[in-house]
Design a protein around this ligand. Structure first.
Ligand code: CIR
Length: 264
């Protein structure tokens, strides 16, 4: 079933952070992000995505939503279909509605979750065949059921998994490297959730490197994780290292900063 659909993309959508990004949610205060530097980092990220072979779209900041730069949480995209999420943080719930007109003009179909539950895109890892959906502080059983129901129609097997305690999103701790291989932290892999996949473990102490993305032939990795870089280069992946220091201050990483999809 659609070999490579989990990482072969033609398009991305990102959103620039606005001035209010300094009010973004965080589990632990490491200081506010610098709004200008954050914007520069998102622009560099979008340029790098373009070099990986996708057409990029960059949306204006939404000042009413300090966390809206983390656009991945507001929708899940499968081919020509977009599914707005129901973000689990009250200050983020409206982001999906703000995104809707862009989704409607970009995708053939926009499908709504049939649920009062909650699900954040950051808790959803799509492989070519499976949809891992992590229950977390942001994603609940009802959200899992509703999203799993839609994704099953597109050939994905929904797999209910659990985001580790004290970890924001399932994908904070893992990223897809190819159709069979996942880069994951030991604390997540230890839960045994990745049966059927080859795992490369994130080196201890470099857990934040796990939130990587693959786009076509390029694996994007956050800067500052030399052992992860070595491990992934040795495994034969083509790496592009990007500075995500400002996103990290709000518990975000590479996957959160774009919606990636294939309009084939
Ligand atoms: C939040 O707490 O919702 C944001 N500060 C960070 C969201 C990161 N998104 C992601 O991991 N997909």
């Amino acid at each position: 079933m659609s070999e490579g659909r989990s990482y072969r993309f033609t398009h991305t959508i990102s959103r620039l952070p606005g001035e209010t990004v300094v009010k973004g949610l965080r589990a632990e205060d490491m200081g506010d992000p610098d709004a200008q530097l954050f914007q520069d980092q998102v622009e560099a990220y979008v340029a790098a995505l373009g070099e990986a072979g996708v057409a990029t779209m960059t949306l204006d900041p939404l000042d009413d939503y300090p966390d809206s730069v983390f656009i991945e949480d507001a929708a899940v995209c499968v081919g020509r279909v977009a599914i707005p999420m129901r973000p689990g943080a009250p200050t983020r719930f409206g982001e999906a509605k703000e995104l809707r007109s862009v989704l409607e003009s970009t995708f053939d179909e926009v499908l709504d979750l049939d649920s009062d539950g909650f699900v954040d895109g950051g808790d959803v890892l799509l492989t070519d065949t499976d949809a891992f959906i992590g229950l977390s502080d942001r994603t609940d059983e009802e959200g899992f059921r509703a999203l799993g129901h839609i994704l099953a129609d597109y050939g994905y097997t929904p797999r209910k998994v659990v985001t580790p305690a004290d970890v924001l999103h399932f994908k904070s701790d893992c990223g897809l490297l190819d159709s069979e291989t996942i880069f994951a932290t030991g604390r997540l892999a230890d839960s045994g959730c990745f049966g059927g996949y080859r795992l490369i473990l994130t080196p201890e102490g470099e857990e934040a490197a796990a939130n990587l993305i693959r786009v076509n032939e390029t694996v994007f990795l956050s800067a500052g994780f030399p052992r992860s870089e070595e491990t992934l280069s040795d495994a034969g992946f083509e790496l592009q290292v990007l500075d995500t220091s400002e996103a990290a201050k709000l518990d975000g990483g590479l996957s959160c900063l774009s919606l990636r999809f294939h309009l084939g």
